[in-house]
Ligand binder design. Structure first.
Ligand code: AMP
Ligand code: GLY
Length: 426
């Protein structure tokens, strides 16, 4: 069958790499893709939110399956667009409906969902300009630190961990009365600060059944030892040594199953990935956030560890037959290290030539592209996060060392990567 993948990051290159390995995949198209996905299929110059353009491409290329990578088209309703259009209804779209995507698109929606379905999460209250004074009183008595979250999508910037009440009150005022995070932040979720170790758990669900995928941990800060500004993710590792059967059992029973049952109960149409951002507090899991898609760079360690045919998994999702799939995983450790443009996550330059890509990739390593583009046979940087090297090893340390070594063979001006991914598992 012909498949269209929507997105252009490292996550999408990893998806494209995996889709292409399936005997069920005839032609693979990626909209808009990057120089790496262009090695696995045909890139189409269509933006991820140009639904008319995407629909046209689906008809032209006789697409039968669409996999949506990023959250933006999901939250804007790409699933519903296909479902409500008679010419597109026969196409299976992997990704939740617009309403179900609110699990990521609105923090208030997600918190309300968790509360109603008894999914453990931080205690919270939501505020707008209408109950501003109530919010001020709430923050004045709240233990510290207190977490403030812009309700809507804020490009990963809408979460503030406030260490004192004056800071919390001032940020709260900026969000509600001065649109610090635009419309997205005029509703604020104020919540309890959770302690513990963060991890990411993923499932693929068909709305009835779910398939638990390998867990991962991502490293968000720009600097070594988790210092400096937040980024989209500087590396990821999988599996995690502290995730044992007993902990996973709790995650399934207390978090995943009530979530999947809750989606069904609320009649939320969901055929896609759910990403659970969790806090493990001494063996007790709590949900920090839901995302309605896979994580990036987590996908670059999760997908290579999956041995199953990916298209078969996605078709089982579309046909509500996920109970027929048994996940087979590579037991080795995988580590992804991200190379970024100097200056990221602040200002950075693009258009730098990337060299070393044509050298032989080490056995047990994969090079995924994030922000790259190809021009006249030359690969150029085209974003903050540029390349992701994933390696396998018997231990996390071995995998990270190999990715670090592999990255040394690659070059672009002002390239930067962390060298300490997985440091706490040494
Ligand atoms: P989010 O945008 O929801 O992923 O939040 C960004 C980051 O803020 C998370 O990955 C956590 O590190 C942190 N965070 C969010 N909510 C909480 C919380 N209630 N307690 C502690 N840390 C949090
Ligand atoms: N790595 C975190 C995310 O994809 O949101």
């Amino acid at each position: 069958m012909n498949i269209l993948l929507i997105g252009s990051g490292g996550r999408e290159h990893a998806f494209a790499w995996k889709l292409k390995q399936s005997s069920l995949c005839n032609n693979l198209y990626i909209a808009p893709g990057n120089a790496g996905s262009g090695l696995c299929g045909v890139n189409l110059p269509i933006s991820v939110t140009d639904f008319d353009g995407i629909a046209k491409a689906c008809i032209t290329h006789s697409i039968e399956l669409v996999l949506v990578g990023p959250e933006e088209p999901l939250v804007k309703g790409v699933y519903d667009y296909f479902k409500n259009n008679p010419a597109l209804q026969h196409i299976a779209v992997i990704g939740p409906s617009k309403e179900a995507s609110q699990l990521e698109g609105s923090k208030a929606f997600a918190k309300d969902f968790m509360q109603r379905h008894n999914v453990p999460t931080a205690a919270y209250k939501e505020f707008t300009a209408d109950n501003y004074e109530e919010g001020v009183a709430y923050l004045k008595q709240h233990p510290l630190p207190v977490v403030l979250k812009a309700d809507g999508l804020a490009a990963g910037k809408g979460v503030l961990i406030c260490q004192n009440t004056i800071e919390a009150l001032s940020e709260f005022e900026l969000m509600i009365h001065r649109s610090k995070f635009g419309e997205a932040g005029k509703k604020v979720v104020a919540e309890e600060f959770l302690t513990g170790i963060e991890l990411s758990v993923f499932v693929l669900t068909d709305g009835e059944n779910y398939l638990l995928l390998p867990e991962a941990k991502d490293y968000k800060r720009i600097g070594e030892g988790d210092s400096g500004l937040n980024t989209g993710g500087m590396g990821a590792v999988s599996p995690l040594p502290f995730v044992n059967e007993a902990f996973l059992q709790k995650v399934k029973e207390q978090i995943i199953e009530p979530t999947v049952a809750g989606l069904k109960k609320d009649k939320l149409d969901y055929k896609g990935f759910i990403f659970f951002g969790l806090m493990n507090d001494n063996g007790t899991p709590k949900v920090i956030e839901y995302n309605c898609r896979m994580g990036d760079p987590e996908t670059e360690v999760v997908i290579p560890r999956i041995k199953n045919d990916f298209v078969e998994m996605l078709l089982a999702t579309a046909n509500q037959k996920l109970h027929e799939i048994t996940l087979q995983t590579d037991e080795r450790s995988a580590a992804a290290v991200v190379a970024v443009s100097g200056g990221y996550p602040g200002d950075y330059e693009t258009g730098k030539e990337i060299t070393g890509l044509t050298e032989d990739t080490l056995e047990n390593s994969l090079v995924f592209h994030s922000g790259t583009k190809e021009e006249n046979g030359i690969v150029l940087t085209n974003g903050g996060r540029v390349l992701v090297v994933t390696s396998f090893g018997d231990t996390i340390t071995e995998a990270v060392e190999q990715s670090n070594y592999m990255l040394e063979q690659l070059y672009f001006e002002n390239m930067y990567a962390r060298t300490d991914i997985g440091y706490e598992f040494k």
